[in-house]
Ligand binder design. Structure first.
Ligand code: GTP
Ligand code: MG
Length: 426
């Protein structure tokens, strides 16, 4: 059997229209994964729809509405094989109406390519996506400064964008981020080295893929698999799908999914595990899997429930303490506020029941006890009461299961992590 390459999930994020889908489409075309004829058809289709120039984007934007509007709406996934890795490439939408989909994608990603148009620099969703990546535990970040053709491949312009972005990334704790100047539409530095930018001597996008650090897979932690979707497949039965965040899962494992429909958890046994349309005996942290369980029906469980082993079930809480940073609230955040929390695959309205401490965002030191309100830029320790039972873990125990973002009226208001909780009895 051929030796399996390590698997890595990468996502393309950034402001609307900065060229994420075009970059991904160009990368697949220039590396031979999309043939000439397909590309010619996509070009004709783009012209027919009055969207000339979107042909590379159409490689990833398959929905009719996406092609007609020339925007990405939902996530799309495509596999890329490089020398070192087997890569799942995820193309995210940049439009602010679809941030929800971007969040789902980022929660599955190990690395993010932040695409920034050279002439525009950091825009609203450039910043929002960067913060969301940080909150959702995306460890590696690479910036692609795109559309270099529109600034005449100017090195000074590239450096200007690089300086602006380096500051922004630093504020979120992303250090030593590589920057690559590209013109995705024309193919500069995507797969082929650009002759238009002799001043750049670093890797192309494709070369960068193999320079990514192999993600640290927390296989030694307890099994946690947030359910993303549940199917009922004739002849097989209930097939939940999701990404294993921590631990490992094997066929015949005795598992529990909590809180589940009745709130008490439901137990079963893993019959089969499928990954990339192949049956495998075992899967581990970082793997996106579908699996079949004995003893659990489709109606018993739903998106947002979490699977673990029976002897170490995921934690269901009735209340938790969190550290948050307020990113974008229209006024001030006070006790009683009840926005939607996005936690792993779950979305639950939660009430802020106390603001315990205001912290210095840079050092984490307490600067005020029991403040009346929080405003943009403030960091704080708050108490949170979910409107229904949910699974979350402490950052110190299982970091990947502790992070969340808070959204309200179409924007990301805050991001944070759970540091303590009150367990709910099942
Ligand atoms: P959303 O997914 O909707 O957020 O957009 P996106 O970031 O995926 O952008 P997309 O790839 O759809 O490209 C948007 C527009 O930018 C299209 O008209 C592309 O042709 C154009 N574009 C992309 N890359 C380049 C480039 O390198 N140079 C120039 N001049 N235009 C580009
Ligand atoms: Mg797109």
């Amino acid at each position: 059997m051929a030796k399996q390459k390590p698997h890595i999930n990468v996502i393309f994020v950034g402001h609307v229209d900065h060229g994420k889908s075009t970059t991904v489409g160009r990368m697949f075309f220039d590396s031979g994964a999309v043939d000439e004829q397909t590309m010619r058809k996509l070009k004709e289709k783009a012209q027919e729809l009055g969207k000339a120039g979107f042909e590379f984007a159409f490689v990833m934007d398959n929905l009719k509405e996406e092609q007609q509007r020339g925007v990405t709406i939902d996530l799309s996934y495509k596999k890329l094989l490089t020398q070192k890795y087997e890569i799942t490439v995820i193309d995210a939408p940049g439009h602010k109406d679809f941030v929800k989909n971007m969040i789902t994608g980022s929660s599955q990603a190990d690395c993010a390519y932040l695409v920034v148009a050279a002439a525009e620099g950091a825009m609203a969703q450039t910043k929002e996506h960067m913060w969301l990546c940080k909150t959702l535990g995306v460890e590696q970040m690479v910036v692609l400064v795109n559309k270099m053709d529109t600034v005449k491949y100017d090195q000074a312009k590239f450096n200007e964008v690089k300086e602006q972005l380096t500051k922004l990334l630093g504020s979120a704790g992303y250090k030593d981020v590589p920057f690559i100047p590209i013109a995705a539409y024309h193919g500069d530095n995507v797969v082929k080295k650009s002759t238009n930018m002799p001043w750049y001597t670093g890797p192309t996008l494709l070369e960068m893929m193999d320079l990514l650090k192999q993600p640290n897979r927390p296989t030694n932690l307890p099994l946690r698999l947030p359910i993303q979707d549940v199917y009922n497949i004739t002849g097989i039965g209930t097939v939940p799908v999701g990404r294993i965040e921590t631990g490992t899962m094997s066929v015949n494992d005795k598992i529990i999914i909590v809180p589940a429909r009745e709130g008490k958890g439901i137990q079963g046994e893993v019959k089969t595990i499928e990954m990339h349309h192949e049956t495998v005996p075992k899967a581990e942290a970082g793997d996106n899997v579908g699996f079949n369980v004995r003893g659990i029906a489709k109606k018993d469980i739903t998106r947002g429930d979490v699977l673990g082993h029976i002897n170490n079930p995921p934690t269901v809480v009735s209340e938790f303490t969190a550290r948050i940073v307020v990113l974008n609230h229209p006024t001030v955040l006070t006790v009683g506020y009840t926005p939607v929390f996005h936690i792993h695959t779950n979305q639950v309205a939660c009430q802020i029941t106390a603001i315990k401490q205001k912290l210095d965002p840079a050092t984490g030191q307490v600067i005020q006890e029991n403040p009346d309100f929080l405003k943009n830029g403030d960091a704080a320790v708050v108490t949170v009461k979910p409107t229904k039972a949910l699974v979350i873990e402490k950052n110190a125990d299982i970091a990947r299961m502790s992070k969340f973002s808070i959204r309200d009226a179409g924007s990301t208001v805050a991001a944070g992590m759970c540091i303590d909780y009150v367990k709910k009895a099942l």
